[in-house]
Write a protein of this length. Structure first.
Length: 381
């Protein structure tokens, strides 16, 4: 096999392996809570009880490591050590995904979050191909130049780490900057009986468990929906802010309801504590988490369709009854697309600059050699 073929295959392996690691880490980091829920599913399947703080730290670290390793594989940073580190990851992931494919403890492995669902067996075979590509890189990665020279590779570590950390923090404290779930902005929230579209969350009466979808939804006006997937874990400090939001909604012609999940006793205890006046409905906690992240999360609807979603804590208003608070609820939500574009733009500019300054000395040497060759040619002539 000649050197050109080896280099072409090596570049293909870099793009394939690096791209898969980048995509896997990025889409899991986008929806940090979704990744936490998936890890909790795995731990439950193993019968392990792990403190939430450790799960959270592990998820943040896992997403960051996957993304950074992918960037290093793609642009050739740490050409010897990075493929070896990637192989160590695959030595854990390959048997794990084989066990998941054979035993099916979870319906979806979650390797690409909610962005791309593939079967457990396809996940295993994907990892087989990925491992083969990494083994090739261990043998031949040094045959191809790195795009960022060693002197600046630590800056790539810093830039990539900061970028993915910002993405994770937005997904954890606000909402995923890209919504891969079934309820993106512009979609309907509630299921309707007289529609062929089965999409929508089902809500029920708190006491009787009767269907209350038609009662809960507002298809002609504006509506705020407070969604609490776990009333047992909600902070008492949020009750004042929720009641303040409800008074604001009443003053501005916006219907407000709550959708909660928990036992009858937990819900009654929370109602007594919060002294809520807005209607409450019951829903499955998994369905609530599918709609919005956070406990509580807030969804704003216009004519039954989602305008924005966020956590209550991310709305930078302590008292909605203040004189300077907007009368338009659409201003309470953030522009996730703009935030994501800005983050990606800044990160790509930094990486492009590092690649540019890495190639500048190489180009200077090539030009110098070319100039010397031309001078020798003239003198010889």
């Amino acid at each position: 096999m000649n050197s050109i073929t080896i280099k072409l295959i090596t570049w293909f392996a870099r793009i394939l392996c690096g791209g898969l690691f980048i995509y896997s880490g990025f889409v899991k980091a986008i929806d940090t809570w979704g990744t936490i829920f998936k890890v909790e599913d795995y731990l439950a399947a193993f019968g392990l009880d792990v403190p939430f703080a450790l799960i959270r730290m592990g998820v943040f670290g896992l997403c960051a490591i996957e993304f950074i390793v992918g960037i290093f594989l793609l642009i050739g940073c740490f050409r010897k050590s990075c493929p070896i580190f990637a192989l160590l990851i695959m030595m854990f992931m390959l048997p794990l995904t084989l066990w998941v494919a054979m035993e099916e403890p979870v319906a979806d492995c979650g390797c690409f979050g909610d962005a791309w669902h593939i079967s457990n067996w396809w996940t295993f075979w994907k990892n087989v191909v990925l491992t083969l590509g990494i083994l090739w890189l261990i043998r031949f990665n040094t045959k191809v130049l790195c795009l960022v020279i060693p002197a600046f590779q630590w800056l790539t570590v810093v830039a990539s780490g900061l970028f993915i950390l910002v993405i994770e923090l937005f997904g954890y404290f606000y909402q995923p900057l890209i919504d891969f779930r079934d309820y993106p902005e512009g979609s309907k929230l509630f299921a309707t009986i007289d529609s062929d579209d089965e999409h929508g969350i089902d809500v029920f009466d708190i006491d009787s468990a009767d269907d209350r979808n038609e009662e809960a939804m507002d298809t002609v006006g504006k509506q705020l929906v407070v969604m609490i997937p776990n009333v047992k874990m909600i902070s008492p400090a949020t009750t004042w802010k929720l009641n303040s939001l409800y008074e604001w909604a009443q003053d501005n012609g916006v219907k407000m309801i709550g959708i909660v999940s928990g036992s009858q006793e937990e819900i009654e205890e929370w109602e007594d504590l919060s002294m809520t006046d807005y209607p409450l409905y019951l829903a499955d906690d998994t369905a609530i988490k599918e709609v919005v992240r956070g406990n509580p999360g807030i969804v704003y609807l216009d004519k039954g369709k989602i305008v924005w979603k966020t956590t209550l804590s991310s709305i930078d208003i302590d008292d909605f009854l203040g004189p300077d608070v907007s009368r338009d609820a659409s201003t309470f939500g953030g522009d996730n697309d703009a935030i994501l574009r800005s983050c990606i733009f800044v990160y790509l500019i930094v990486e492009a600059f590092l690649i540019f300054i890495s190639f500048t000395p190489r180009m200077a040497r090539l030009l110098t050699r070319g100039g010397l060759a031309s001078t020798r040619g003239i003198r010889h002539h």
